[in-house]
Design a protein around this ligand. Structure first.
Ligand code: GRF
Length: 211
């Protein structure tokens, strides 16, 4: 029997996650919570932020997880991404989870972790890739949007889809209220999708994630 803290700080499953963030870190928290209550058999071994003021760093520290700040400013993308890949490889990370990491990754980084980088995006891809997906959807007037967890490839929010969940846009929604409901969905979707990928027994048929 292990405590929640032991679960979230490691030593249990052997499946090693590296989580990349730039800000709030609520999806990071949802991953830590899922590990803590046994929904996800994995350990977050490092949290890396490109911003020193990312709130998510504090969440990681509270959970006793190693944090790294790797500031991208003034660095060429290739050089930065190589340093990022090295930091993750050095910690023998099995899966890289982008959780609000506001940077496009270079093809060399993607190639360094084939089918081992996941991202969460707040829309039903391929609709509304890029920034402010919730606002894009709200302004467009769609009546259903949602959240998507997908593999990261060289395209912008375009890799193979692992899991999606729909969220209905209500008539009285603002972009902010819609974003808040999507975020609730994100928080259960991401840990579940990570568990799917770690469980194995899947393959990609073209773009299709098949189990
Ligand atoms: C989430 O909406 C996620 O879908 C998007 O960036 C946001 C990150 O939020 N990629 P948080 O930092 O996890 O709270």
């Amino acid at each position: 029997m292990t405590t929640n803290r032991e679960n979230s700080t490691g030593k249990n499953s052997g499946r090693r996650l590296g989580v990349l963030i730039s800000g709030r870190g609520s999806n990071l928290q949802s991953i830590l919570d899922a590990i803590g209550d046994g929904r996800l058999a994995a350990d977050v071994v490092v949290v890396i932020s490109n911003r020193a003021d990312a709130q998510g760093l504090e969440r990681a520290r509270r959970a006793g997880i190693e944090t790294l700040v790797m500031d991208h400013r003034g660095r060429a993308r290739e050089e930065y991404d190589a340093a990022l890949a090295e930091a993750l490889h050095a910690r023998r990370v099995d899966l890289v989870c982008l959780a609000g990491f506001m940077r496009v990754l270079s093809p060399a980084f993607v190639a360094a972790f084939p089918q081992r980088i996941l991202n969460i995006h707040p829309s039903l891809l391929p609709s509304f890739p890029g920034v402010d997906a919730q606002g894009q959807a709200w302004r467009h007037g769609v009546q259903i949007t949602g959240a998507t967890v997908h593999f990261v490839d060289e395209s912008l929010d375009g890799g193979p889809i692992v899991r999606q969940e729909a969220v209905r846009v209500e008539p009285d929604d603002t972009a902010a209220s819609l974003a808040a409901r999507i975020l609730e969905v994100e928080h259960r979707l991401y840990p579940a999708a990570i568990a799917d990928v770690l469980a194995g027994g899947w393959r990609l048929e073209g773009r299709r994630f098949v189990r």
